[in-house]
Each structure stands twice: as structure tokens, then as C-alpha cells.
Design a protein around this ligand. Structure first.
Ligand SMILES: [Zn+2]
Ligand SMILES: [Zn+2]
Ligand SMILES: [Zn+2]
Length: 391
């Protein structure tokens, strides 16, 4: 088990990445196979955003991962299931390349048996081979170590192979213990191999079933820790006016969003509908209470903003909208965004304050002060306010 921060999941350790755990490497499966939301309501982890999902994410929603603390599990409890990968192992004592299949006490076929099957699986995982096979279409699999050797006998299918030599790859030969045919690892590393079309991240981590599809790409042997083995694609979006308040956020929850056509005409009718959603478990009581705290004008206004919001058709349009929103805020300021809890500082605000020193010199100059949630603790100290832009 390894502890990773949720932000690392976006970049380094997302689905398809190989995590180097205490007991050997593990593949990180897709969120839906990870059981991270098992026994929990997925909707409680929804990140509401209208602009990104519709066209750019092809209609997919956005979720955040729960932390152990949030779901009241101890820090050492595994809440995101992973799967051991690669399956082949190398015993450096006996120079044996082997694959463990049986749930017995044996790891390396020449090492003495271990006390129990779990210890044997751990040993095999800790000895995991550092080479894997990948293709440009994103498939990833074990190297077919037995098949890359041109055997001298038909139907030669040994349980293990001999790993001969050490150091540079060209100094290593992999030999079949039955027919004594071998292949040089340096040569195997430098040439193309057929792709098995496997997506280990789409496999249920609780079974041994594999997921394959047809692939005509050529695969290469790579080190499992290579930086070019997996490159993530990150999509980012800023929440921009008018849909940037806490109320807009609440009303953009997918269960509520579906009820905004036609637009509600009164707060009481709208809340009746939301109570129905709460009874169905599609809305939490806290969310309902938060929404009820807003006035009819605020609620009806926000519903209209959400329905009429401009949805960007592509990433370029999205960036343009964000740029104009930032420019607009820098020119005209931005009113405080209500905090989630009463009494907390605003979530976001751009204040226009006259800087007296600057104003003395030239009355035409004024200063914009950006205050963000991160800075709110020191908001009473103007010197700690970040960034100022002269208008
Ligand atoms: Zn051994
Ligand atoms: Zn052979
Ligand atoms: Zn492929």
C-alpha cells in the first residue's frame, strides 16, 4: 500500500500508471474499477461544472476522489484498489525469470518455499521484472518472454527462463532451459514486437481476467518506470461569471440541472422539487438547506444564468471566455463570492482600493488587490495580499 495525494492522481498516478508499492509495482485501474466509491454515493463527490463536460469531455461528468479522512477510514486503509503488474518476476539469486500462477507457497521455482501463499505472492511482486511492452495506442502488457525466444523444439513452453549475464542489456541473454535457445535482451529491446492490445487499467483488480482488443500497432519493450510510458492529458477550466457563486455551484449538480427545464417560477415550487430529490437520495440535506438560505430572486436568477450559460464548443473557445472574464474582472473588479460557511471570508474577490502613496503622486493611478481563499487568513494584513495590477 502506498499513500498518494489526490493532486498526484491528476498527473503522475492516474489510471494506467504503474505505482511502485512497498510490495512491488501495481497498475492503477480506472476509477470505476477501483471500488473507491463502493458503499458511498458518487454524487457526493461531484464537481459541478457546465463548461468543460458538455463538448470537451464528451458529456462525461467530473468527480473528485475521496480522501481517507473524508470517508473516515484510517490513513493506512487502502481505499483505491490496484492490481499487481507486471506478472513476470526475476530472482536475482538464481537468475531465473519466472511467472507465478499457482496460489501456493512458491515464488521463484528454485528458491525454498515461503511460509504461506500471501508471502509467496509478495515475494514474486517484489521481484517484478522491470520491463514491460507498450504500443503507441496506449496498450500495455507483460513482455511475452517465452515467445520472444526462437525455440529449437516445437511446442517448447517452459515454466521459467534463465537470465544470463548482467549489466548492459546487450550483455544479457534470456535462455530456454529446455531447448537452450536464447535471445539477447539488447536486441529484443531495440526491435518491434506485436501488440497484444491489452489495457490492464480496464481490468477488474479483484480478478485475473484480462482485457484485450485488436491492435495492429507495433509494440516496444520499455522499462516500467520510463517517463514516456504514460503521459497524462490534463484538461483545465476556470469557473467564470456569472456561474461562479456557491449557489450556482449547488444548482449545477447533475440531479438539479435536469430539473431546470422549464425554468422554475417560484422558490417554493422549486424547493418542493428539491425535497423530492432529497427523498430519492439524489441530493443531501445540507445542500437543500444551503439552497433554501438564498432569496427567491437569487435562486431564480442563478437558475436562469445556468440555463443560459454559454457552453464553449472547443478548448480554444473556452480559453477565450476565461481570458475575457479575467480581463473584465481586472477592469471592473469582482464582488465577493459568498463563502460556504457564514462568517468565513469570501471565496474570491477583487477589490479596488486606492493606494494612497500612488494616489498622492498621481491621482489617476489606482490599484487592484486580488484576494483569494488561500490568502484569506492573512487578509487583515494588506501587505500579504497577493499581486496588484495598476489600472
Ligand atoms: Zn530463486
Ligand atoms: Zn525452448
Ligand atoms: Zn496496441
Amino acid at each position: 500500500m502506498s499513500q498518494i495525494r489526490r493532486s498526484q492522481f491528476i498527473t503522475t498516478y492516474g489510471p494506467g500508471a504503474i505505482l511502485e508499492g512497498k510490495n512491488g509495482p501495481r497498475i492503477i485501474p480506472s476509477v470505476q474499477l477501483s471500488q473507491v466509491y463502493a458503499g458511498r454515493k458518487v454524487l457526493d463527490f461531484e464537481i459541478t461544472d457546465q463548461r468543460l463536460p458538455r463538448n470537451i469531455l464528451g458529456g462525461a461528468g467530473i468527480l473528485r476522489l475521496p480522501s481517507n479522512a473524508e470517508v473516515r477510514e484510517p490513513e493506512i486503509k487502502e481505499i483505491y484498489k490496484t492490481k499487481r503488474f507486471p506478472a513476470w518476476s526475476l530472482c536475482t539469486r538464481h537468475h531465473i525469470l519466472y511467472r507465478k500462477y499457482q496460489n501456493d507457497n512458491q515464488a521463484c521455482p528454485k528458491c525454498p518455499p515461503l511460509p504461506n501463499p500471501s508471502a509467496a505472492w509478495n515475494r514474486a511482486s517484489q521481484q517484478a521484472i522491470r520491463f514491460v511492452r507498450a504500443c503507441p495506442s496506449g496498450h500495455l502488457d507483460d513482455v511475452e518472454w517465452v515467445k520472444i525466444i526462437h525455440h529449437k523444439q516445437p511446442h517448447c513452453n517452459p515454466d521459467y527462463l534463465n537470465w544470463q549475464g548482467s549489466g548492459a542489456l546487450r550483455n544479457i541473454d534470456i535462455e530456454c532451459p529446455h531447448c537452450l535457445a536464447s535471445i539477447n535482451l539488447g536486441l529484443a529491446y531495440s526491435r518491434d514486437w506485436p501488440c497484444s492490445g491489452r489495457f490492464p487499467e480496464l481490468e477488474d483488480p479483484t480478478t485475473n481476467l484480462q482485457q484485450h482488443e485488436n491492435c495492429s500497432e507495433k509494440a516496444r519493450i520499455l522499462q516500467r518506470g520510463a517517463a514516456n510510458l504514460r503521459i497524462c492529458e490534463v484538461q483545465t477550466a476556470l469557473t467564470i461569471p456569472k456561474c461562479d457563486t456557491n449557489l450556482h455551484n449547488l444548482l449545477s449538480t447533475s440531479s438539479i440541472l435536469a430539473r431546470l427545464h422549464p425554468l422554475p417560477t417560484s422558490k417554493s415550487d422549486f424547493l418542493d422539487g428539491l425535497q423530492f430529490l432529497e427523498k430519492q437520495g439524489l441530493l443531501t440535506h445540507t445542500m437543500l438547506e444551503q439552497i433554501s438560505g438564498y432569496s427567491e430572486t437569487e435562486i431564480l436568477g442563478a437558475c436562469a444564468d445556468i440555463v443560459q450559460a454559454k457552453i464553449p464548443k472547443n478548448a480554444y473557445e473556452m480559453r477565450q471566455d476565461e481570458f475575457h472574464a479575467l480581463k473584465d474582472a481586472a477592469t471592473h473588479g469582482h464582488p465577493p463570492v459568498k463563502p460556504n460557511r457564514p462568517g468565513d471570508p469570501p471565496l474570491f474577490e477583487i477589490l479596488r482600493t486606492i493606494d494612497l502613496c500612488v494616489a498622492k503622486r498621481t491621482h489617476s493611478k489606482s490599484r487592484w488587490v486580488w484576494r483569494t481563499k488561500a490568502m484569506s487568513k492573512s487578509a487583515s494584513c494588506p501587505a500579504a495580499w497577493i499581486e496588484s495590477v495598476t489600472a
